[in-house]
Design a protein around this ligand. Structure first.
Ligand SMILES: Nc1nc2c(c(=O)[nH]1)N[C@H]1C(S)=C(S)[C@@H](COP(=O)(O)OP(=O)(O)OC[C@H]3O[C@@H](n4cnc5c(=O)[nH]c(N)nc54)[C@H](O)[C@@H]3O)O[C@H]1N2
Ligand SMILES: Nc1nc2c(c(=O)[nH]1)N[C@H]1C(S)=C(S)[C@@H](COP(=O)(O)OP(=O)(O)OC[C@H]3O[C@@H](n4cnc5c(=O)[nH]c(N)nc54)[C@H](O)[C@@H]3O)O[C@H]1N2
Ligand code: SF4
Ligand SMILES: [Mo]
Length: 730
């Protein structure tokens, strides 16, 4: 018997999802990661992690992982290619396309992993900037794009919101943080944090058509018809105004448009909301009172509230709800977490005025109705844009995303990807998307690269309920070696390598997401001598609250509560900026909503609602048996009574048909659902043109989504939840 190799245990952070859980990874003498678990000594997470994190090493060592980049040969097949040669060829081909067709000939798609890796986000963005690429698309516009449009129409409160850990109430609308661990409740051990908060009196309000893992802990759970969030939030606002619970002083000093808002929500009486959303009118009134009477708290919406047709107005009303209750930090308040790795800034108790929602350049040729908006170009239109006869797009670069699984309408996506002259994917697996690419640039994976918690910390800019609620930061060096014999680069090195070959000078900015009201430093990269990954991290954390080097030198220090406290500063007396709760642009949408259920279609009597499953992250993990064994697939969950009425039992195959498309799925009972719903997770399935066994591959709910009808203004987010469907035995 061979002697067992010695194993060392290393501290690092999981980078599958935004929780960025601190984990311990066992690594053998060859550098191969073999096991992972939560770091019980980490005072922030207290050992919290999930099954995906447990199998993080396997994601690094799975047979399905690419050890080499791939290029499509003359025979049409993908074959291994040396990384340097791949960069030579990609640079030459992109350069030729740009020379011939101009900068609108190359589009980029940035998926979830793009933002999770600060080096990738910063250097790839620097490369796009240097090429002045305009056609940048991201998963953001098929996620929660109403957050950006609403914030633009409303303005920002520069002192920020109260955080969960200090709040007396918390409202979650279409988000399930105990499973998605995606913010709303702090990422680090959300169940324990919720329990502690409730022990000190926090009142949790959840609005979700499913009695979710989170809703089960709520003081008040409204379980509405999906797609009715505008009615509910308008109803809450109306009741708060009626009961005289508005923070009148805050509104007087800092808010415009109050009368407009009051008039717009006036029709949303408890009786009307009860009829439209099918909720208990008394529970609605109670929720309004609990929320408005609390000293500190916030409301936040998630994907369910953004995917069900009313992304802009729902997010806008959520901001208005927080604002009329004055649920913001005031001068003199301690800022719970000013920051660790983000740029230093001040927190004045003043508004930043609203700014334009749209009008950022010319629309896509395929969607003249969607002028480019603050949320970015509409990803739902990218396939059509590529396929349009007047399309300028010849090449697409996909980074850390999986369009074939994630974009709505995978059949159209497939046609579009095949129509490209050049498709380059930076991707560690041979995904359905990578299989269609001309080049797959294979990256090192996060355990093989240094990393830090910057991306997650920086999320506070996206929504008040995201980011860390305490002064927490973590750095980790590379802890594992790439597989033996592999020829890989870090993601960012591919963009640096392309830039060098294309004669570009790169300049990286600090941070991953822009911080409102704060200029972040920019630094030129040395284009002669390639920087190290750690040097890139230094630049993206330049001028941070705590120098990254301090985290590097003492990895055991992750909480920085001993740093001097930061307090909210008084407003600049010169500032005249006010928040706007009466935006015509947003409230027009409430009038559209009032006109009736515009998404209903006769003959499609069920509604398919979005959800996440705990053991997979979008398309990641759907190919790892240990993560899929619970259901084997992404089942179509239905209420047991609905199953019975349909003559179906657990495990039977059902056919779901929307006005746009159809799929087969495995039926599964879920007593926590409202009747009349099908709840199903996305990013499963396989090549829609190939035969497959749905019990093994699952089904892609994108097949039911139309990218032509029912797309929201500005972002073009299609109806991705509350989709009318017909359900029948397959
Ligand atoms: N029907 C329906 N569709 C949806 C949704 C829904 O609810 N319903 N949800 C939407 C949402 S919210 C989102 S965010 C999108 C997700 O959209 P995408 O981001 O496009 O999808 P992911 O599966 O997250 O893609 C991440 C990819 O990154 C790869 N990856 C992993 N590690 C690394 C790495 O270190 N470097 C690089 N370069 N790549 C890596 C993974 O293998 C994976 O292929 O899907 C959207 N689509
Ligand atoms: N385990 C796991 N974690 C993930 C992901 C994953 O795939 N798996 N994906 C990550 C990504 S990309 C994102 S964006 C986040 C998303 O994080 P969340 O937004 O929290 O996503 P979900 O857990 O799907 O929660 C959405 C909830 O909305 C409800 N819902 C559906 N339609 C409606 C509606 O019309 N109105 C209301 N009020 N509710 C509705 C659903 O029942 C569901 O409980 O999660 C991230 N975290
Ligand atoms: S919650 Fe997210 S970051 Fe934490 S272990 Fe699971 S996948 Fe990794
Ligand atoms: Mo997402």
């Amino acid at each position: 018997m061979e002697p067992a190799l010695p194993v060392t245990t290393k501290k690092t952070l999981c980078r599958i999802c935004t929780a960025n859980c601190p984990i311990l990874v066992d690594v053998d003498a060859t550098g191969r990661p073999i096991a992972a678990r939560g770091d019980k000594d980490n005072p922030h997470s207290e050992g919290f992690f999930c099954l995906k994190g447990k199998h993080y090493p396997e994601i690094h060592t799975a047979d399905s992982r690419l050890h080499h980049s791939l290029a499509r040969g003359a025979d049409g097949a993908l074959a291994p290619i040396e990384a340097e040669r791949a960069m030579d060829e990609v640079a030459a081909r992109l350069g030729a396309i740009l020379d011939e067709h101009g900068r609108e000939s190359v589009a980029v798609y940035m998926g979830t992993l793009f933002y999770q890796l600060p080096q990738t986000a910063s250097v790839a963005t620097a490369w796009m900037d240097a090429l002045r690429l305009r056609l940048r698309f991201s998963s953001g516009t098929i996620d929660q794009p109403g957050k950006q449009t609403a914030a633009a129409a409303h303005g920002h409160w520069l002192a920020g919101n109260y955080v969960f850990d200090e709040s007396d109430t918390w409202m979650l609308i279409g988000t399930n943080p105990l499973i998605a661990i995606s913010g709303g409740i702090p990422h680090a051990n959300p169940a324990r944090r919720l329990k502690r908060a409730q022990a000190r009196g926090l009142q949790l309000i959840v609005i979700d058509p499913r009695r979710t893992e989170t809703a089960k802990h709520a003081a008040i759970h409204l379980q509405p018809r999906p797609g009715t969030d505008p009615a509910i939030v308008a109803g809450l606002i109306r009741e708060i105004i009626r009961a005289d619970l508005v923070d009148a002083e805050f509104v007087r000093d800092h808010v415009d448009g109050f009368e407009t808002l009051r008039d717009a929500v006036d029709p949303y009486t408890p009786e009307y909301v009860a009829a439209r959303a099918d909720v208990d009118p008394e529970a609605l009134v109670r929720a309004a009172h609990v929320f408005a009477r609390a000293k500190k708290g916030a409301a936040t919406a998630g994907t369910g509230a953004n995917m069900s047709g009313w992304s802009n107005v729902t997010e806008y009303l959520v901001l208005c709800l927080n604002t009329i209750c004055g649920h913001y930090r005031r001068a003199g308040d301690r800022v719970a977490n000013p920051g660790v790795l983000t740029t230093r800034r001040s927190f004045p108790a003043q508004a930043m005025a609203p700014y334009p929602v749209d009008g950022f350049g010319k629309p896509l040729v395929s969607r003249p109705d969607l002028p480019p908006a603050v949320c970015g170009l509409p990803t739902s239109a990218l396939a059509d844009e590529i396929l349009h006869p007047e399309s300028t797009i010849k090449a697409l670069v996909t980074i850390g995303g999986n369009p074939m699984r994630a974009w709505p309408d995978p059949k159209r996506t497939r046609r579009a990807l095949e129509a490209l002259d050049l498709h380059v994917c930076v991707e560690p697996r041979l995904t359905d998307t990578a299989r269609l690419a001309d080049y797959v640039l294979a990256p090192k994976l996060p355990l093989e690269t240094p990393g830090c918690s910057l991306s997650t910390e920086n999320l506070f800019t996206v929504s008040p309920a995201l980011g860390y609620t305490e002064r927490y930061g973590q750095y980790a060096p590379a802890v594992a070696a790439p597989p033996e014999g592999a020829d890989l680069r870090e993601d960012w090195q591919y963009f640096y390598g392309l830039a060098k070959r294309m004669g570009l000078a790169l300049e990286v900015g600090a941070g991953v997401f822009p911080i409102m009201g704060c200029r972040t430093p920019r630094s030129a990269l040395d284009m002669q001598n390639e920087p190290t990954s750690d040097e890139i991290l230094d630049l993206v954390t330049k001028d941070s609250w705590i120098p990254l080097d301090r985290l590097r030198k003492d990895p055991s220090q992750v909480l920085f509560e001993d740093e001097p406290d930061v307090f909210v500063a008084p407003a600049d007396p010169e500032s005249r900026a006010r928040l706007d709760v009466g935006s015509a642009l947003m409230l027009d949408e409430l009038r559209d909503f009032a006109a009736g259920d515009r998404f209903a279609r006769p003959g499609f009597d069920y509604r398919l609602v979005s959800r996440r499953m705990s053991n997979t992250f979008n398309s990641m993990g759907t190919d790892i048996e240990a993560l899929t064994s619970r259901y084997g697939t992404n089942p179509a969950f239905l209420h047991p009574e609905d199953l019975r009425a349909l003559g179906l039992a657990r495990g039977d195959l059902v056919k779901l048909r929307s006005p746009h498309g159809e799929l087969e799925a495995v039926a599964w009972p879920d007593p926590d659902l409202r009747r009349g719903l099908v709840s199903m997770c996305h990013c499963w399935g396989t090549d829609p043109e190939a035969e497959s066994d749905v019990r093994k591959t699952g089904a892609n709910t994108g097949l039911l989504i139309s990218v032509e009808e029912d797309c929201a203004r500005f972002s073009g987010i299609p109806l991705m939840s509350a989709i009318p469907v017909d359900v029948a035995r397959a």
